[in-house]
Design a protein around this ligand. Sequence first.
Ligand code: HDD
Length: 664
Amino acid sequence: MKKDVNQKQQQLEAFRVSDKDQPLTTNQGLKISEDEHSLKAGERGPTLLEDFHFREKMTHFDHERIPERVVHARGSAAHGIFETYECASDITRAQFLNGKGTKTPVFVRFSTVAGSKGSADTVRDARGFATKFYTQEGNYDLVGNNIPVFFIQDAIKFPDFVHAVKPEPNNEIPQAQSAHDTFWDFIANNQESAHMVMWHMSDRSIPRSYRMMEGFGVNTYRFVNAEGKAHFVKFHWKPVLGVKSLVWDEAQIIAGKDPDFHRRDLWESIERGYFPEWELGVQLIPVEDEFKFSFDILDATKIWPEEDVPVRILGKMTLNKNVDNFFAETEQVAFHVGHVVPGIDFSNDPLLQGRLFSYTDTQLIRLGGPNFHELPINKPICPFHNNQRDGYGRQTINVGQVSYHKNSLANNTPHPVSEADGGYTHYEEKVEGHKVRARSESFKDHFSQARLFWLSMTDIEKKHIINAFSFELGKVKSKAIRKQVVDMYAHVSYTLASAIADHIGIVPPKQVEVPHIHQTSPAVSQVINATESVKSNKVAVMVTENSNENLNELIATFLSEDIEVELVSHKQGIVNGYEIHETLATTSSVLYDGVYVTGAFQDSYQQTQAEQFIEQAYQHCKTIGYTGNVSFLQHIANKNGVTNDPQSFILSLAKHRHWVRECK
Ligand code: HDD
C-alpha cells in the first residue's frame, strides 16, 4: 500500500535519522572505540571521573523519562489525512473545511483516561480521541473523547474528579479502574456526573478497537463564516467500521493476555493497509437559537439529540501511517483546545473555558518549557513568526536585533494582519454580568438526559449497564456509598436502581417521582445503529493433525473478504502441512472476533484446551464456524452464530456478537 507523503511528512523527514550501519559516536560526534567497559584505574580499579563517554551515556539515560500525562497517560497515535467531501464555507471560514477535496495532514492520539502509561488498554474507561490538523492557517486541535458528554460541568472540579478516579492516594490502588470507593464517592456527591456515568457503564467504555469507536468534541464550540454569521457547533467522528465493543469479561481477560490490545490493533491494521477511517460531522445551532432547547446547550453533560439536531458530514479522515518513534511523536505531541484557526471559536461552556487554561500549562511541565511547539510533531506546516524568544531547548535561531512590537528597525514586523488577510479575530459576543462564583439554573437538571440515554438502550444494552454498575459498585467497600449511588440512580430509572441494589446487597431505593418523558434518542444506541462489516476482523482457524484438506480454500475465502486469519494449533511449526501462527498457549479466544474449527485434537489435554477456547468464544457471543470431525461441538451446533460453512460464517461474523446467547 502506498504510503502517504504530505507536507507534514516532508517536514518530519528532515528530522528522521537512521543509525543503521553508522559508526557509534558521542553526542559530539566523536567516534567511540570501545563501549562495554568504563575507564578504570587498573582492570579491577575504580572508574575514573575523566570517563566522558560513560558520563554522557549515563546522564542521558538518567534523564530519559518525562512526566506522564496527568490524565490520558496511556495512548497510541498515528498519522493520516483529512479530506473534505464538500465546501463548508457557508458555516465556517476555516480553510481546511472550505472547498471540496481539500486535504489536510493529521496526527491522532487515542488514549485511556485514568490509567498510567503502562496500564492495560481494555479497562473500563472513556477513550481520548485527539486530532491535530496541520492546516495552512496553523494547527487546529480537536481534543475529544469517545463519549459525547463529561462528568462535570465546570473545569474547577476537574482536579477533584481526576483525584477521585485515579488510584487512591494512600496505597496507589487500583490501577486504571473506576471500580473503587473514591470514584463512586465522587459520583454520589457530584450528581452532575449522572449522565456521563450511564455512558461509562455502557459498552462504549470497552471498545473493540480504537478504529471502532466514535469521537466527540464534547464541548460546544462556535463556527463563524466569512460574513461573520455564527453557529454553535458540536463535533463528531463516525467510524466507517461502525461502533463495536468488547464484552466485559473478555475485556478483563485481554488486559492480562495482551495489555497492548488496542495499541497493537491500531498498529497492525495500519501496517496491513486496513487504514482506519472516520467521517467528521458537525451539529449546528444558529446562535440566535441558543435558548430554544430544554437543556442548556453550553452544558457539557448534555448531548444535542441527533434526532433534533442532525449531524452534517463534512469529510473523511484516514489514518495511514504509524509513527517512526513512539516517544518523539506519540509521547511528545501536545494538544490544546485553544489551538484554533479562523472560523472556529469558543463558547462560554465553563468546562471548555477552563480547558483553555489547562492544556498549555500541563505541557510546560510535561515537555519542560515553552518551546514544545518546536518539537517536530508539534510544529505547524505553515510559517510562524513572533517576538517570543529563548527558553529551555530553544531551536529556532531568530536573526536580527528586533524582538519586540512595535518597532521601526524591522519595519514594524512581524506585523498583525487583518481578518481579511487571515488574521484570527474573536467572535464579538456581547457579554455582561456580575462577577459571581455560581452556576446557571439551566445547568441544574442532571437526570433527564441520563434517563433519555437509559430509555434509548435496547434490552441487551440495558442488561450490560446493570451488570457494569453491579460490578463497579460491588467493588466499593463502603455500603453507604453503594446506597447513595443506588438512590441517585432511582432518579434515572427505578428499574435500573432496584436491579443494581439487588445485585449488590443494598435495600432497594425508594421510588422517586420522575417526569413522565418517553423521549428516546436511537442515535445513542450501539445495537440499533450496528454496522455489519467483517473487514479487518480477526479470525482464529483451529488446525489439528487431521484438519480438513481445503484449508487453503478456506483461508483464501476469508482473505478475499479482508478477514485476517491466524492459524492456531497445539504447537508452532508445521501441522498437517500448514505453518501455524499461534498455539493454544500463546493466544486466546478473546483476541479474535470469531473462531473456525477444522477438526479435533488427538491428545485429550490439547482437545480440552481447544474446547475451552471455543467455549469462551461462545460465552462472549462470538461467531463459531466448523467443518470436519467436530462432534464435540454438537451441543452448540444449532445455536445462533454457530455455522458450518465459510459463507454463513462470514455473514454471522459481520454481526460481531450474538447477544441472544446472553438472554435467558
Ligand atoms: Fe482533557 C488531556 C479530552 C476535559 C485537562 N484531555 C486530554 C486528552 C484528551 C482530553 C483526549 C489527551 C490528549 C493527548 O492525547 O495528548 N479533556 C478531554 C475532553 C474533556 C476534557 C473530551 C471534556 C470535554 N481536560 C478536561 C478538563 C481539563 C482537562 C475540564 C482541565 C481543566 N486534559 C487536561 C490536561 C491534559 C488533558 C491536564 C493532560 C495531558 C494533556 O492535557 O496534554 O491538560
